[in-house]
Each structure stands twice: as structure tokens, then as C-alpha cells.
Design a protein around this ligand. Structure first.
Ligand code: DX5
Ligand code: ZN
Length: 220
């Protein structure tokens, strides 16, 4: 089974409450929140106060993707603000195992996010301490980018790496996913599918989620 995690980066922030209702109606289970600091990535987006408001507004799983330098300084704060899942980039944290453990101890699910050019071998030691891996299929920083085609093979190799070790780690994938490529991605072993443009791009978020579920189910 797979879940759709709409990225609110592509939502209309002035109507965020309504947009979230639409995602719920469409059948989304996870709300993907892209936190960018203008340093790890070129863009700046949203932070802890918005997560606190989201927590009051929805029962969906809140998934915070931290695209920030020194994520260990803030990861636990996001859990305290109401995030259920928090991912930090392997490229951004020199004490990754400590940060993952801190997220778990705070009551969150801990994730490792990994950029397209970073090899899967960089996950090896920290894998047992992660509840999920966030595989980037675009370079982080912006919504609406094109899916990097080599990501599907990387996803298959990650699936194998997790299964061979008998781990329960879930795989989330993020970037450039829409109704045209979701089926192959689900078939390759991803369980949480992030989509921004694919959900919000046509102006009806409920319909966007439904279409993705339908397209992804073709292979299940
Ligand atoms: C990219 C973000 C993504 C992005 C996905 O830096 O991490 O979550 O919002 O948007 P789409 O689906 O438009 O590629
Ligand atoms: Zn993201």
C-alpha cells in the first residue's frame, strides 16, 4: 500500500485551511511540510509557528522535511510543535545518529532525507536508527521540477537494501511525481509519495489527490 503526501509548498498559503480540507476529502493521509532556510537550499519557506497552526487544524500526519543546515538545532522543536514525522538531510548533519535518536525520544518518527547525487552507501550506518528514508527525486529547493529519471533505479536499490537487512524502514519519495509516473514509483517500492504540483497544479486539490491514488493503484 502507498499513501499520498501532498506538499503544501504548492498550496495557496492564503487559503491553507481550505486547501487542507480538500486534501482530506481527496484521501490524503500525510501532510508534507517543506522547511527551507535559504542556506541548505536557495529558497526560504515556513517554520515552527506554521507547524503549530497546522497541528490545530488537522489530524493528518504532519511530515516536516527539514532542508536546513544544522538540523539538530531544530529537529526536536518541530516534534514539540506537532510534527509526527521529521526528516533531516544526511548531507546536513555530521551527528546524524544523535539527531535521529533525539527525534524518536521526543515521540516523532525519524527520517533521513537524501539528495539525488548522494550515494545510498551514506545511509548504511544510520539506517537502523531511521523510521523512514526520504529519497529526493529532484534537487531540493523548489516545487515543480522534473523527476530525475535515475531515481527509480536508486529507489529499487534502496528497497533491496532495507529488505535484505530485514528492516521495517519505510520509503518516501519526493519531487516531480504526478499521475504519469506514480505507478512505476509505487511498483519500485515507495510507500509514501510526496507530490506538490501533481496535487495542486490543476486548481482542485481533492481531485488531484484522488487522481494520484487512482494512477498509483494501477500497479498495486
Ligand atoms: C522540493 C520539495 C518537494 C516539492 C515537491 O524541494 O522537497 O517536497 O515541494 O514538489 P513537486 O511535486 O512539485 O516536485
Ligand atoms: Zn519535500
Amino acid at each position: 500500500m502507498f499513501e499520498i503526501a501532498p506538499s503544501i509548498l504548492s498550496a495557496d498559503f492564503a487559503r491553507l485551511g481550505e486547501e487542507i480540507r480538500a486534501l482530506e476529502t481527496g484521501g490524503a493521509k500525510v501532510l508534507h511540510v517543506d522547511v527551507m532556510d535559504g542556506r541548505f537550499v536557495p529558497n526560504i519557506t515556513i517554520g515552527i509557528p506554521v507547524v503549530k497552526s497546522l497541528r490545530k487544524a488537522t489530524n493528518l500526519t504532519i511530515d516536516c522535511h527539514l532542508m536546513i543546515v544544522e538540523p539538530s538545532r531544530y529537529a526536536v522543536e518541530f516534534v514539540k510543535a506537532g510534527a509526527d514525522m521529521v526528516s533531516v538531510h544526511v548531507e546536513a548533519d555530521v551527528h546524524l545518529q544523535r539527531t535521529l535518536t533525539a527525534i524518536r525520544e521526543a515521540g516523532g518518527l525519524a527520517g533521513i532525507a537524501i539528495n539525488p547525487a548522494t550515494p545510498l552507501s551514506s545511509l548504511e550506518e544510520a539506517l537502523p536508527f531511521a523510521d523512514f528514508i526520504l529519497l529526493m527525486s529532484v534537487n531540493p529547493g523548489f516545487g515543480g521540477q522534473k523527476y530525475i529519471h535515475t531515481s527509480t533505479d536508486k529507489l529499487r536499490r534502496l528497497r533491496r537494501m532495507i529488505d535484505e537487512r530485514g528492516l521495517k524502514t519505510r520509503i518516501e519519495i519526493d519531487g516531480g511525481i504526478d499521475a504519469s509516473n506514480i505507478a512505476a514509483i509505487v511498483e519500485s517500492g515507495a510507500e509514501i509519495i510526496v507530490s506538490g504540483t501533481g496535487v495542486f497544479g490543476k486548481g482542485d486539490a481533492a481531485k488531484g489527490v484522488k487522481e494520484l491514488i487512482e494512477a498509483g493503484t494501477a500497479w498495486v
